[in-house]
Design a protein around this ligand. Structure first.
Ligand code: PGA
Length: 253
């Protein structure tokens, strides 16, 4: 099964209009020649439109960092799938910062996943254990539970694609990445296994699973050569044009 590598840059709460455009203008020429990796840029909502305009026709996709599940209505401060689908293909859901800081739960992540799929957006569903859970030997249980609950009632007739990002919480923004072999083992043993149980063998085999957590140019290749890791969700390094470009180059087969 060939899974095309995908590298997504999660800018988090960084990037005013000018900063966003200069970052895009720095990466765009470098990525023109990269055909065999799918590249996604996930800027804040405020610059999503201008970034999507700038990237239009380039082959580089845009993604949002979150969304609410309703289509419209009295939900002050929220952004709906109908708004997003005008300007992006992907949406990150259930990022650990959303879960830890903004109170998102497996249940609300699931509502978002169902809504994203229904509206034809490709969800990048983030799962991962905390340091305490890891040290308590609970990694597999936690990750499997997050995947299972995120996918509850999913009907893939709406979209044939979901993406999972395995992001150990203790590795995000800390400079302390998981070992490539360790991440591969969790993805193979826990995530593909639960995907197989929930969605069947062929979807489990076809689903792209990314690693995220302190991916940098100097460690990216180690992750990408693992059999079950199909790319990366990159935070800090996606804000540095050259680092992001090098990570994408490292993902070429
Ligand atoms: P990081 O963030 O690369 O800065 O660790 C990854 C993420 O939060 O998706």
């Amino acid at each position: 099964m060939i899974r095309i590598p995908l590298v997504a840059g999660n800018w988090k709460m960084n990037g005013t209009g000018d900063e966003a455009l200069s970052l895009i203008d720095a990466i765009l020429p470098e990525l023109q020649e990269v055909q065999d990796v799918e590249c996604v840029v996930c800027p804040p909502f405020t610059v999503l439109y201008i970034v999507s305009q700038r990237l239009s026709g380039s082959g580089i996709h845009t993604g949002a960092q979150n969304m609410f599940w309703e289509e419209s209505g009295a939900y002050t401060g929220e952004v709906s799938p109908l708004m997003l689908k005008q300007m992006c293909k992907f949406v990150i859901l259930g990022h650990s910062e959303r879960r830890a800081i903004f109170g998102e739960t497996d249940d609300t992540v699931n509502k978002r996943v169902l809504s994203a799929l229904y509206h034809g957006l490709v969800p990048i569903i983030c799962v991962g254990e905390t340091l305490d859970e890891r040290e308590g030997g609970m990694t597999d249980e936690v990750v499997q539970c997050q995947v299972r609950l995120a996918l509850k009632d999913v009907d893939l007739k709406y979209s044939d694609e979901i993406i999972i990002a395995y992001e150990p919480v203790w590795a995000i923004g800390t400079g302390r990445s998981a070992t490539a072999e360790g991440a591969n083992a969790v993805i193979e043993g826990s995530i593909r296994t639960i995907l197989k149980q929930e969605l069947g063998n062929s979807i489990s085999e076809a689903t792209r699973i990314l690693y995220g957590g302190s991916v940098k140019p100097d460690n990216a290749r180690e992750f990408f050569i693992q059999s079950e890791i199909d790319g990366a969700l990159v935070g800090g390094a996606s804000l540095k044009a050259q680092d992001f470009v090098e990570i994408i180059r490292a993902a070429r087969n």
